[in-house]
Design a protein around this ligand. Sequence first.
Ligand SMILES: [Cu+2]
Length: 386
Amino acid sequence: MKNYNIKMLGIFVITACISGCHNDDDITIYQDVNPTPSVTTATSTYTPTTRTYFIAADEVEWDYAPSGKNLITNSDFTDDQKVFVGNSETTIGSKYKKAIYRQYSDDSFTTLVTSPETEYMGFLGPTIRGVVGDSIIIVFKNNTVNPASVHPHGVFYDKSGEGANYNDGSNADSKKDMVATGETYTYHWNVPETSMPGPSDPSSIGYPYHSHFNSPKDVNSGLIGMIVIVDPEFADENAFPTDIDREFFTLFTVTDENVSHYIEDNIATYPTNPASVDPEDDEFVESNLMHGMNGYVYGNLPMMTMNSGENVRWYLMAMGTEVDLHTAHWHGATVLQSGNRVDVVDLLPAITRTVDMKADNPGIWIYHCHVNDHINAGMLGRYEIK
Ligand SMILES: [Cu+2]
């Protein structure tokens, strides 16, 4: 990254002059924004390729608190916490039917691609990766009962690859608004220079992808994931950035299960007396606002584990509505965000931020949203530096 920033020095000079208060010393600071110069292995030998992903929208039973307890306090849920995770005659509890993106090994969609290393990603879809110059092919199968799509942010697509339905003047032959139940469709995207990390970005950045047939309903149902785009000077053949040791992904969102496609199913399945549920009741509505990180509440996020000394990249994202202003905070470490040293990162719906951490403080540390209401409602996880 260091070399790349030096290459972009001209841009910084212009920016500095516009703001009117910078000199050459300030520009030196910009050259030093990356915390990981010791492992920088920049090359310009990257050969663009085509990356093909087999991704299905699958219906699953999701549990926001699979341990059945609060793992931050290491105790049973309190009455206040049971508002969200308690199952009763008139509340659903921690388990919901959802639709999530899952990766398969080929177009038979029979063998899931999973890894213990990505277990913490929860209901976040598989990471789609690309390097500038690459083509990305998504073979998408909709195994859910509702129409669905894969709409990417950040990459280049034409109408056939947009995965969104609105009045755009294109005809039905040139576009594909949605993929029907049981149907398979192939999206073609490209990664031009306008997708790549900018001068103040680290060597890779994250973007969202999500279903965009009925976007709010589709995303609250669970159809969301992240795309990583890597600077070709810092990309290996797997589209992993070469100047870091490890990556983590976190989605901060208050999933509103009240507007999920599956709310009627969930009312019929989980409350012990479904006939007594009033979907309009304020307490019932509140009970379905799941304040999660990757779909986990109250520390149930599987431990994000790294080794001391590693250079760790965090791709953060929020989704949702006006309650979804989140402030991601790590105990025990700081991060670099576009050249600024912080330990809290601000997020708004569909905003992605990519920040780098030097993991040099061994221990188990809380990692949480710093919004008071969200702390109380369970937007809390942990990470461990070994
Ligand atoms: Cu929050």
